[in-house]
Write a protein that binds this ligand. Structure first.
Ligand code: SF4
Ligand code: SF4
Length: 431
């Protein structure tokens, strides 16, 4: 279908995106690491429960930990080898997580599920659950839950916005695996019982937009280049005109959003029986000699990725897992990738631009760019004063999508995201 133009939404920012560093680098495969350490916390919700013991021989794709309840996900061996240790260590987001260590044995034995041919809606849902698929756009919500909404929906929106600066792995995936993404989207649509499929892609990826114009059943929507265009609520509005209210879900307005990488994973799980144990990610930043887009096994040491791409530790002022706006700062290279790791960025002092915060200027710029119409300066002010109730109330913090646009524009470099996360943690603990 010929691409149509999407709508505009209030707020947002236009950060310097630096995508040119890696957007023409075709996906390549990172060599199998000697050892992987696979966290059992691979999705929102509860960690998975190990089903292997130290000393076990495992094949690539073999189940090593089972989901614990609905909001959890199965975890699989990403390489063929021996389980050498099961222990708790700090994950890349700073939380203590149990990891299963596997030492490679040089073999290439695989354990896969039986491929499905013309599967029913229920078979697709079951396969998504069994294959441990989670939202690969960053949130890590179990996809099996998302494809079983409580209210009927009529539209699947595929998220190809990739609005985070630096990240280009979705761009490459859309260029190189267009058919697989389209088929994965059709499986998800079938599971949901919908026929309307839209794909939102930012205007800075004309090659991807053209590629998706080749399908009669998928409507490409050209999105303005603006951050956070890929935020779920923003994407739903710009592609359909429907507004998801505060505290409401996409399904409440008849939509479900799935990232392009998730569609690809669903295609592989259905057609090849391949569980989710590897993904595409971007390695970039001015402290990386050879920025790349790589296929990486879940649980790969960050150090192995940095070494492969010529990362310079001395030049690195700030290392980030994910994108610079919503990713997590890394204390070093001694952690391991997750299913949701979309990027490893090594930024120089100039890129990191980490100025010291100064007092608030009351300029209101943070509110001007907030796509959720919030008052982040209030959250920061009351949180700093220790009045968390007021921080939550006057900043309406519960509605924040943590996009980071407010902090990006703040001329006083106020730590707004830190204040927002602290206030949200207070709200969670109060519950
Ligand atoms: S307050 Fe939240 S939603 Fe609004 S700009 Fe800041 S991080 Fe984004
Ligand atoms: S943008 Fe920064 S300085 Fe301006 S009102 Fe918001 S917090 Fe204060």
């Amino acid at each position: 279908m010929k691409a149509v133009k999407g709508k505009y939404y209030f707020g947002g920012v236009h950060p310097h995106d630096e995508k040119k560093l890696s957007q023409t680098a075709a996906l390549e495969v990172l060599p199998v690491p000697e050892t992987v350490a696979i966290s059992l916390s691979q999705s929102l919700g509860k960690p998975a429960v190990p089903v292997v013991e130290v000393g076990a021989e495992v094949k690539e794709g073999e189940l090593i930990a089972k989901a614990d309840g609905a909001i959890s996900s199965n975890v699989f061996a990403s390489i063929c080898g021996t389980v050498t240790e099961i222990k708790t260590l700090q994950g890349m987001n700073g939380n203590d997580e149990t990891h299963i260590f596997i030492k490679a044995n040089g073999k290439n034995d695989k354990s896969e599920l039986p491929p499905l041919s013309e599967p029913s809606a229920d078979e697709i849902k079951e396969r998504i659950k069994d294959a441990g698929i989670v939202g690969l756009g960053g949130a890590g919500f179990p996809t099996a839950v998302k494809v079983s909404p409580k209210t009927p929906v009529d539209t699947l929106i595929v998220n190809g916005a990739e609005c985070e600066p630096y990240l280009t792995c979705d761009h490459r995936l859309m260029c190189e695996k267009t058919d697989e993404i389209a088929r994965g989207a059709r499986y998800i649509a079938k599971a949901l019982g919908v026929t309307k499929i839209l794909i939102g892609i930012e205007a800075n990826k004309p090659d991807c937009i053209a590629a998706f114009e080749n399908y009669d059943d998928i409507q490409p929507v050209i999105l303005k280049k603006q951050y956070p265009m890929g935020g779920e609520k923003q994407l739903i509005y710009v592609t359909t005109g429907r507004k998801v209210g505060i505290g409401k879900l996409p399904a409440d307005v008849g939509t479900i959003v799935q990232n392009v990488a998730t569609c690809y994973a669903v295609c592989e799980a259905v057609e090849l029986g391949k569980p989710l144990y590897e993904r595409a990610l971007t390695v970039s930043g001015r402290a990386v000699q050879n920025p790349k887009n790589l296929w990486v096994k879940v649980g790969t040491p960050i150090q192995a990725i940095v070494d492969f791409c010529g990362g310079n530790a001395e030049l690195t002022k700030k290392a980030v897992a994910g994108g610079p706006m919503t990713g997590v700062a890394l204390g070093g290279f001694d952690s391991y990738t997750h299913k949701t790791t979309s990027g490893i960025l090594l930024m120089t002092e100039k890129e990191a631009a980490a100025d010291e915060p100064t007092p608030c200027l009351n300029c209101g710029k943070c509110a001007d760019v907030c796509p959720m119409h919030l008052m982040p300066m209030n959250t920061a002010f009351y949180s700093a004063a220790g009045d968390m109730e007021a921080a939550a109330k006057y900043g309406n913090t519960a509605a924040c999508i943590e996009c980071g646009a407010c902090e990006y524009v703040c001329p006083a470099k106020r730590p707004l995201i830190q204040a927002i996360r602290k206030t949200k943690a207070y709200l969670r603990n109060r519950k």
